[in-house]
Write a protein that binds this ligand. Structure first.
Ligand SMILES: Cc1cc2nc3c(=O)[nH]c(=O)nc-3n(C[C@H](O)[C@H](O)[C@H](O)COP(=O)(O)OP(=O)(O)OC[C@H]3O[C@@H](n4cnc5c(N)ncnc54)[C@H](O)[C@@H]3O)c2cc1C
Ligand code: FES
Length: 261
């Protein structure tokens, strides 16, 4: 990434999404479009509000969800100090942003493709569906804990066939894992493509079944990141051969059989 791609952009708006027990737990952040030539679904940005000054040092990484040429949309879950303060930004505030960063999900227009989303892991799939040349070949399966209206699920389910399952009780998790197993086996049998994004335990489940059924599956990792450009080594993981690799530059998307989780 060149310095040309690090810039200050304006916040257009921050809107809470859905009716969770903690209002504002998920929100949509719309930023001024940063005048990029383009971006690919699966890529991410690092953002650091200019108002943080020296208080919180590191920027925070977020998947690019969608763009319309004038604005860039991110879907964010309030997880801690950084995201809670990002949620309090106002229209007209500014953030330093660098990106688009990292690699992107595979696109095989003719191949039956299953999108597996765990919670806010649905964010990059909005852009994936919008940019896909043949969305009729896509299916979405989503597992979630918060009410469905907290996520951009409705935006996707209008365009692709979809199925979601909520995890409210411990036994729900068993049903979700069984469904993931069935779907991954089904797509492996037809040499389909499986793309997944979500918390690490969700990615581990995808990887386990992908290896069991020899499925062609990709997992998008959400390691802690500081620089986003391969310099700090804060995000390293091991590839399938035991070598340390930076998730920010070699990922965040990896083939499931080429990364240790
Ligand atoms: C490539 C990439 C894309 C991402 N895309 C999105 C997205 O589209 N939407 C979104 O809401 N989040 C996304 N995340 C996760 C997001 O970056 C973290 O939730 C955020 O950095 C937490 O910052 P914080 O200051 O609020 O949390 P902190 O105060 O630093 O930590 C609070 C809690 O959040 C956990 N946490 C911190 N960093 C991460 C992380 N990277 N992943 C998971 N949990 C974390 C900590 O373990 C801790 O429990 C992405 C992460 C990566 C690496
Ligand atoms: S975040 Fe710095 S090397 Fe990946």
């Amino acid at each position: 990434m060149s310095l040309r791609n690090c810039r200050t952009v304006k916040v257009l708006d921050v809107s809470p999404v859905g009716q969770s027990k903690s209002p504002g737990e998920l929100f949509e952040l719309r930023l001024q479009y940063p005048d990029w030539d383009g971006w690919k679904p699966g890529q991410f940005v690092m953002i650091r509000p200019t108002g943080w000054e020296l208080d919180l040092l590191w920027a925070r990484p977020f998947s690019i969800c969608s763009s319309d040429g004038e604005s860039l949309t991110l879907f964010i879950q309030n997880m801690g100090r950084g995201t809670s303060r990002i949620g309090k930004l106002k229209s007209g505030d500014t953030v330093t942003m660098w990106g688009p960063l990292g690699n992107s999900f595979a696109v095989e227009p003719e191949t039956p493709t299953l999108l597996l989303a765990g919670g806010i892991g649905i964010a990059p799939f909005r852009g994936y569906v919008e940019q896909h040349p043949q969305p009729e070949n896509l299916k979405l399966f989503m597992a979630h804990r918060l009410p469905l209206d907290c996520y951009p699920y409705a935006l996707l389910s209008k365009s692709v066939s979809s199925h979601c399952m909520i995890e409210e009780k411990p036994e729900d998790l068993d049903r979700i894992i069984d469904t993931m197993r069935d779907r991954i086996r089904e797509y492996a049998a037809q040499d389909g493509l499986i793309l997944s994004c979500g918390p690490t335990p969700f990615m581990r489940t995808v990887q386990r079944f992908a290896l069991e059924f020899k499925a062609r599956a990709q997992v998008s990792l959400e390691n802690r990141m500081a620089c986003g450009v391969g310099a700090c080594l804060g995000c390293v993981t091991k590839d399938g051969e035991g070598h340390h690799v930076q998730v920010c530059t070699r990922g965040p998307v990896f083939w499931a059989d080429k990364v240790e989780l």
